[in-house]
Design a protein around this ligand. Structure first.
Ligand code: ADP
Ligand code: ZN
Ligand code: ZN
Length: 728
């Protein structure tokens, strides 16, 4: 019988499109097809198949299928369609977001087919006696016939060796899958023994690992969480009845080769990586391995949660509080929350880990939805450092550094140790100002100051990318008395280098690590253990293990205390604890110094007593009193257009509709964004909040449909953000 296929297209529309399945074409859900659309041919994904409805006439037929298998297997499809409803995002865009870039545009997935390598028939006389590496590879191929290229690379042989052998007829490639052989065993390595506390967590994880369960592993920095994940995964792999797949999510910044090397040691060629620096071919390869059901352990950033796993057995989300798990554009999903839903679909355990859990996760642990496990001591011999506040009111600062902190840096270096200073701004100075008339230099396109970058004498906007040369004179009064005001990483670096000319000062921020490999080179230098000073942004605060760092300094803690975003204090507490966590991870104890003008602030005082949990509990109580998330749920509607009136009027219209819908939803705004003008677009937002998610969801959905049929004009862009992480 003829069928109708309901097809999702990579378009910003919430509807699906009906097409006729031509006689003789066998298709399934999740398969890619090419369809006529207007005067184009577009790739689409089949979401539903229905028997032909005689009432529907004039449907166009599908042109052809792009593969004869579904690119999105059932579980992944279900996850994405659920996410499309939950995040109120067009389903086609959600489904296509889960494909590697090459497949989104309709390229053939046969490209993804892996090559398998075999030893050639030729006699190895063709090899000169000096070609040791080629001989070694030939020997390896004989022992491991039919391996894909990535396994050969993992074994330590690079592509040029394979090519050399192939030229001599000593290596052959095929594109067909080798006959199923025993899968590569795990490397025969016994991980280092866990300490009693870690062992206890491992046992209690295992005791609650049947079916779907969410665990929150709250372990102070350096307590050995990663070691626990590794032990747990190894046990899960050994005890699985059939070959299974595993996912470890890590924040964007954390994916250093060191982390990878650690996983590599234990999981060998079963390890697959996934992050934004992979090129299109590498992505396609990893995606194919996952899709083919290979028993991989994927370590990856945010979008790895969308990979087409078919036999998922365990999910781990490391540093679950990290903001990089939330996608802030287009399909605005939270990878942590999708990981939990994925665990439910696959009926398998999900482990969230952090030294500074989000209030959302703590709330879930308190209410019994998550199992809570804690690690209170540092692994090995390391001690958690003490935190000290330095009040910098009316103190002379040099490059943002106060005398006591400067002195502490000197002492640290004198003892042959390393110091790390955290500052939340890159560039030399965040403002350039005329000292005669007081006018700062603004971005011509944004409500923002231009940042001065001294290394190339340039002014840049960190919001829209605008850049210009440093002017000679003030635009307003013509004076040449222009001055760089305030600190960025570059200035702090300069000042410290002048003060400690003998010591390497390493600046780690987005500017100094733009090229591939730069960050790793600097991190290697830090790991050498010789005295140095690290100056950096967020990038330094997270995840890294620097055993020789014994002093961590925070140059300015005050921004987060007075943030307009209700999550400001939570994020500040997390940041301070994470920065502090970089100190004293080795044998020697560490200390932490935090500069502030608010040394009496209760939040900072509490953090000094060293208890993140205490801070988090009191923030959670405040949120509950104010009925803010996680005590309630929030949705943000955002509009940007060529002028503020248009943006505000559209949101006012939306607010009126929301009020008349009478769902008891709390409505905040509309109000202009903190940075009202960005890249010459005027931005405003409307916040909706309710203690019952279904009501909020129902109303948001109605408003989306309204906006979609309203089509507010080409210049106007709107978006919805469910569970927004940043609301300024
Ligand atoms: P976290 O993920 O909690 O920050 P890691 O797992 O990275 O902690 O461990 C911190 C440091 O302690 C690492 O250098 C690790 O090798 C070491 N470590 C972890 N567990 C143990 C253990 N049981 N015995 C000795 N050292 C350990
Ligand atoms: Zn001036
Ligand atoms: Zn700008």
């Amino acid at each position: 019988m003829a069928e109708i296929a309901r097809i999702a297209l990579p378009r910003p529309v919430r509807q699906l499109f009906d097409y006729l399945v031509p006689e003789g074409l066998a298709v399934q859900n999740g398969q890619r097809v090419r369809i006529p659309f207007g005067n184009q041919a577009l790739p689409g994904i089949i979401v539903e198949l229905d028997p032909k409805d005689p009432a529907k006439r004039g449907l166009k037929p599908i042109q052809n299928a792009l593969e004869d298998w579904p690119v999105l297997p059932e579980g992944t499809r279900e996850l994405l369609l659920w996410a499309a409803r939950y995040y109120q995002h067009p389903p086609g865009e959600c489904l296509f977001a889960a494909l590697p870039p090459a497949l989104r545009k309709g390229a053939s997935a046969t490209l993804a087919q892996t090559e398998y390598w075999w030893p050639g028939e030729e006699e190895p006389d063709a090899l000169t006696s000096r070609a040791h590496r080629q001989k070694a590879l030939l020997q390896w191929l004989r022992e491991h016939p039919g391996q894909p290229r990535h396994a050969i690379r993992t074994a330590g042989f690079d592509g040029s060796l394979l090519q050399a052998l192939e030229k001599k007829g000593l290596a052959l490639r095929t594109h067909s899958k080798p006959a199923p052989t025993e899968h590569e065993p795990l490397p025969d390595i016994t991980p280092q023994p866990l300490n009693p506390e870690q062992q206890c967590v491992l046992e209690s994880l295992e005791a609650n690992s049947r079916g779907f369960n969410t665990h929150l592993l709250f372990g102070i920095t350096g307590s050995g969480k990663t070691e626990v994940y590794i032990h747990y995964l190894m046990r899960r792999i050994r005890r699985a009845d059939e070959p299974s797949q595993y996912l470890v999510l890590v924040p964007e910044i954390n994916l250093t080769p060191q982390t990878m090397a650690r996983f590599q040691r234990y999981f060998g060629s079963r390890l697959a990586v996934w992050h934004s620096a992979l090129n299109a071919t590498e992505r396609l390869q990893t995606w194919s391995r996952v899709r083919e059901g290979e028993p991989v352990i994927v370590v990856g950033t945010r979008s790895a949660v969308l990979l087409p796993f078919t036999r998922l057995d365990t999910l781990v989300v490391d540093e679950e509080h990290d903001g990089s798990y939330k996608q802030n554009e287009g399909f605005r999903y939270s990878a942590r929350d999708l990981a939990i839903y994925r665990g439910r679909l696959s009926q398998c355990p999900v482990v969230l880990g952090s030294a500074t859990p989000s209030l959302e996760s703590l709330h879930n642990a308190r209410s019994g939805r998550f199992h809570l496990h804690t690690l209170n001591v540092r692994a090995g011999n390391a001690k958690l450092p003490g935190m000290q506040l330095i009040d910098v009111r009316s103190r002379p600062l040099r490059g943002g550094v106060s005398p006591p902190l400067l002195e502490a840096v000197g002492e640290t270096l004198a003892q042959g140790e390393q110091a790390l200073l955290f500052i939340n701004r890159r560039g030399f100075s965040p403002v350039v100002m005329c000292f005669d008339c007081g006018t700062p230099i603004d971005c011509p396109q944004c409500d923002a100051r231009l940042t001065f970058h001294r290394h190339d004498n340039c002014l840049r906007c960190h919001h829209c990318g605008h850049q210009q040369a440093m002017p000679r004179r003030c635009n307003d009064c013509g004076s040449d008395n222009l001055n760089a005001v305030g600190q960025g990483t570059e200035r702090t670096e300069t000042v410290l280098q002048e003060r400690f000319p003998e010591t390497p000062v390493l600046r780690i921020d987005r500017d100094s690590t733009r090229r591939r490999g730069q960050l790793d080179r600097m991190l290697d230098q830090v790991r050498s253990g010789r005295p140095c000073i690290l100056v950096g942004t967020q990038m330094l605060a997270k995840g890294h293990d620097f055993p020789a760092v014994t002093l961590a300094g925070v140059l300015d803690a005050d921004g987060g205390l007075f943030s307009s975003d209700f999550r400001g204090p939570e994020h500040l507490a997390q940041l301070l604890v994470q920065v502090a966590g970089r100190a004293g991870r080795g044998e020697r104890p560490g200390r932490v110094m935090v500069q502030t003008c608010q040394s009496g602030h209760p939040l900072l005082q509490q953090l000094c007593r060293g208890d993140y949990l205490e801070v988090a509990e009191s923030l959670l109580r405040e949120r509950k009193q104010a009925e803010l998330p996680p005590a309630s749920f929030m949705t943000a509607f955002r509009v940007e257009s060529g002028d503020m009136d248009t943006s505000m009027m559209l949101l006012e219209d939306l607010a009126r509709r929301a009020r008349s819908a009478d769902e008891g939803v709390m409505i905040m705004g509309p109000f202009p964004a903190i940075m009202a003008r960005k890249a010459n677009r005027f931005r405003a937002q409307l916040l909706l909040q309710h203690t019952q998610r279904p009501r909020l969801h129902r109303l948001s959905n109605r408003l989306c449909l309204y906006l979609e049929q309203l089509r507010p004009g080409r210049q106007v862009r709107w978006s919805i953000d469910v569970d927004p992480l940043n609301i300024d």
